[in-house]
Design a protein. Structure first.
Length: 149
């Protein structure tokens, strides 16, 4: 399996794990909403329901974010390589190695760290369209693109 395929699979697993967590949260909140019965402490009951509704809205937004991540991953071809940084590129810089995909944080393959970053993240925006040997400034440091897969 190629490095790009492994990173892709780790990102896919990250999305699936997040989806499971959100689905569990939504299910728990739905059960809590259904079991909320009108008590004699009316205001307390209404506050509890309002808090649950807010949690449901937040979970719904997170679900949309996960759906966007799934769509982004679907646009990546792990077998493709480019000489210009684009979605799905692995970019080796003088500071770190980035996988332009989704914001999944640090991934480790063969004891080496890779940072899965979105193309809309600050570093992702800087890297897009660059080529090997290009330089750019990130967080006040000048970096060089050493290699590109």
């Amino acid at each position: 399996m190629t490095l790009k395929q492994e990173l892709y699979n780790l990102c896919d697993a990250f999305v699936k794990q997040r989806l499971q967590t959100i689905q569990h949260t939504i299910f728990s909140n739905q059960k809590a909403l259904q079991s909320e019965t009108k008590s004699s402490a009316g205001d307390k009951h209404e506050t509890g329901r309002a808090m649950l509704q807010l949690e449901m809205e937040k979970a719904g937004q997170q679900l949309q974010s996960i759906q966007f991540m799934k769509e982004t991953l679907a646009r990546i071809n792990p077998t493709q390589t480019n000489n210009i940084v684009s979605l799905g590129s692995i970019v080796y810089t003088s500071q770190a190695t980035y996988f332009l995909s989704i914001s999944a944080g640090q991934l480790v393959v063969a004891n080496k760290p890779y940072f899965a970053v979105s193309v809309s993240s600050p570093i992702g925006k800087l890297l897009l369209g660059k080529r090997e040997k290009d330089t750019f400034v990130f967080n006040g440091k000048q970096l060089v693109i050493e290699n590109l897969l």
